[in-house]
Ligand binder design. Structure first.
Ligand SMILES: C[S@@+](CC[C@H](N)C(=O)[O-])C[C@H]1O[C@@H](n2cnc3c(N)ncnc32)[C@H](O)[C@@H]1O
Length: 269
């Protein structure tokens, strides 16, 4: 048991996480290539905080990167082991990123993938990352929401604004307790680390309003977890009514061009 954790624990998502968050194979290969280039032997071993089901860590492990993983969600770690054919592929810690049971300077890199925005005490998690990194090591992080292109193209989807308005009317505001942007991290770390964006990886997604709505109704995404099922279903019904009145098809496909932008925060040597 991990005591008194206020971060968003993903145990409830362990059964469907991989099916809903997988990247296309070519994108995953490109992303893994970018990360492998960053994770030279001097940057190993690498500790992934919020390692989840191993979506990012297992392909790195397959490329020979020495890793360890930490997560507060036991069910996610169990799924990681299943994904690794039932064998624990590298050391796994049931641990909070703000209080790592790890000695100082034990790692050449720390990976934080879509996790810093889930941790209210994200500054403590950054302090911990700096503590467990060797001088010259790097924290490599990604943030939700993609790059500027993603925002531009997402806003072009004809349902975007209507959904925002319905959510606001139903009191469904996204809680934002963690670090959401590279700037948040760079500002907090100051001179303790030099920020650099890694080569962006383009990704194209096909979206429909129907699929987007089903994901919302089934509460697949963590921002919806604080709300009751009833609240979510009432908002979804309003969005369906808006789509019918505005003649927006639930099945019309929209291509969304996104870009995975990851950042490195390097500790001086
Ligand atoms: C969105 S998932 C990302 C999983 C994985 N990094 C990936 O990209 O697929 C976030 C993960 O971080 C974990 N998490 C949340 N807060 C945490 C904390 N304070 N310490 C460690 N893990 C945490 C969750 O349980 C979940 O497994």
């Amino acid at each position: 048991m991990v005591a008194k954790v206020e971060s968003v624990n993903f145990d409830r998502a362990a059964g469907y996480y991989d099916a809903t968050r997988a990247l296309p194979a070519d994108v995953m290969a490109a992303l893994t290539g970018v990360l492998v280039a960053e994770l030279a032997p001097s940057r190993q071993p690498c500790l992934e905080i919020g390692v989840g089901t191993g979506r990012i860590a297992l392909p790195l492990h397959a490329r020979g990167i020495q890793l360890a993983g930490a997560d507060i969600a036991e069910a996610m770690l169990r799924r990681l082991v299943v994904n690794a054919d039932g064998v624990r592929p590298f050391p796994l810690l049931l641990a909070d990123a703000t209080r790592l049971p790890v000695t100082d300077a034990a790692f050449g890199s720390v990976l934080a993938v879509h996790v810093l925005h889930l941790i209210p005490a994200w500054r403590d998690a950054l302090d911990e990352a700096m503590r467990v990194l060797r001088p010259g090591g790097a924290l490599i992080a990604s943030f939700p929401g993609g790059g500027p292109d993603a925002r531009r193209n997402h806003s072009a989807a004809p349902w975007r604004q209507a959904m925002r308005e319905v959510f606001a009317r139903h009191g469904l505001a996204r809680a934002s307790s963690g670090a959401r942007t590279p700037q948040d991290v760079a500002d907090y770390l100051g001179e303790r680390a030099a920020a650099r964006m890694l080569p962006p990886v383009p990704v194209t997604e096909t979206q429909t309003l129907g699929r987007t709505l089903r994901g919302f109704e089934e509460q697949l995404y963590s921002w919806t977890w604080p709300f009751s099922r009833e609240q979510v279903l009432m908002a979804a019904a309003d969005i369906r009514a808006w789509a019918a009145s505005a003649n927006v098809s639930l099945d019309q496909e929209y291509r969304v061009e996104d870009s995975l932008e990851w950042w490195s925060f390097e500790r001086p040597s």
